[in-house]
Design a protein around this ligand. Structure first.
Ligand code: ACO
Length: 353
């Protein structure tokens, strides 16, 4: 049996660690509120000038070393992000050039928090059909570009300034506080190959429902408008994602367990057979509710949102890398990935180690 295996992993974060107390200098929030509602204690933001493709490339260098391959063996590149460097082109081609990979195909995936699992299924199809032999798959995000505060306030967060924001600036920032505290900047990469045997991707189940997209989306900029970007959109802060937090939460805690059950049933696997669940890291409370719904013990679920915040397309591969390196995954283990994100898209995958 030909199965897709992850043969190398790596990740990087943004350059600046930002703890909750730093955010409370520029927003009406507190460390206690953020920990209690989300589990996050810190996240990283990039230095201005570091873009998503840079984080993807830095992570890719590590994954290539970890896989022990020559980069010239990579014959296909896939890049998942919702925060690309430019409106177009996507990050795939930019990363390909920065890595010096030659003219290999570069594909962009934009399924937000489900980008990793959507991308994994695409890589699996490319590998098992023989289109590609060695794929480099990156997931990276620079969410800090969404943040509604200016450079000086970012410098305060980075410990490079002691100038506090005005009351008006703090009031403006606080309008976005439910989203601003959640996200962090990071990049992750994996190297994939198809190999004969039982080990590798057992299967994936993907879903989408575009009818509720307004529960979580970025209203500006977009070609639904003419021009696609305007001063008014900027003044109104419409470049920051709009989110119905409670609605998203409710959807996540039902759809994520449902898609896992559906996939397990399809593959003839019992929930008890799952050795490790790696949920997309959107909110620790969501992961806990998914764990409870499935009746899994603590030792079978991995979370690291506390240290990185929600890193969207990078979150599952970062968690997977940490589990691999910490010995949480043994040969023969059945690992389950699950995610739900904007779109809405949700998905699960099973991987035999
Ligand atoms: N600090 C302090 N208070 C806050 C903050 C904050 N950062 N954010 C919101 N509040 C306040 C609200 O203003 C509200 O105050 P009020 O009662 O005076 O009106 C109160 O806290 C409760 O607000 P809720 O929005 O009801 O808080 P909730 O418990 O739902 O938590 C949260 C908000 C954390 C956003 C939660 O709803 C959540 O995590 N939802 C899911 C988010 C998610 O998973 N998104 C998907 C991932 S992103 C992607 O796919 C791209």
């Amino acid at each position: 049996m030909l199965r897709t295996r992850i043969v190398g992993t790596g990740f990087v974060t943004g350059e600046h660690r930002v703890i909750n107390d730093a955010l409370s200098q520029i927003l009406e929030t507190s460390d206690a509120w953020i920990r209690e509602r989300t589990g996050v204690t810190e996240r990283y933001y990039v230095e201005e000038g570091t873009a998503t493709s840079d984080l993807g490339v830095r992570a890719a260098e590590k994954a290539i070393t970890d896989a022990g391959i020559d980069r010239r063996e990579i014959d296909f590149l896939v890049f998942a992000t919702m925060t690309p460097d430019y409106y177009f082109p996507g990050c795939g081609g930019l990363a390909q050039a920065k890595l010096g990979l030659g003219h290999v195909p570069a594909l962009d995936i934009r399924q937000q928090c489900s980008g990793f699992i959507y991308g994994l299924q695409t890589c699996d199809a490319l590998l098992r059909s023989g289109v590609a032999k060695t794929i480099l798959f990156m997931g990276a995000e620079v969410h800090s570009g969404f943040m509604p505060w200016d450079r000086e306030q970012m410098r305060l967060l980075f410990g490079q300034s002691d100038q506090l924001p005005t009351a008006a600036q703090k009031e403006w920032n606080s309008r976005f506080r439910d989203r601003a505290v959640l996200f962090g900047d990071a990049g992750a990469a994996i190297v994939l190959r198809a190999e004969e045997g039982e080990r590798g991707l057992v299967g994936a189940k993907l879903h989408a429902d575009g009818s509720a997209f307004e529960q979580l989306y970025v209203p500006a900029a977009g070609f639904a408008y003419r021009p696609y970007l305007s001063d008014a959109q900027f003044r109104e802060g419409r470049y920051v994602p709009v989110m119905n937090g409670r609605g998203v939460f409710k959807m996540a805690v039902t759809r994520m367990p449902d898609v896992i059950r559906e996939l397990c049933q399809e593959k003839g696997v019992a929930l008890d057979d799952i050795d490790l669940l790696i949920p997309h890291q959107a909110n620790l409370r969501i992961s806990e509710a998914v764990q409870k719904a499935l009746g899994l013990p603590d030792e079978k679920v991995f979370n690291n949102i506390q240290r990185y915040g929600n890193t969207t397309a990078a979150s599952i591969p970062i968690a997977y890398h940490e589990c691999r390196k910490a010995g949480r995954i043994k040969p023969g283990d059945l690992v389950c990935f699950v995610a739900m994100g904007a779109g809405f898209h949700w998905a699960a995958a099973l991987m035999r180690e």
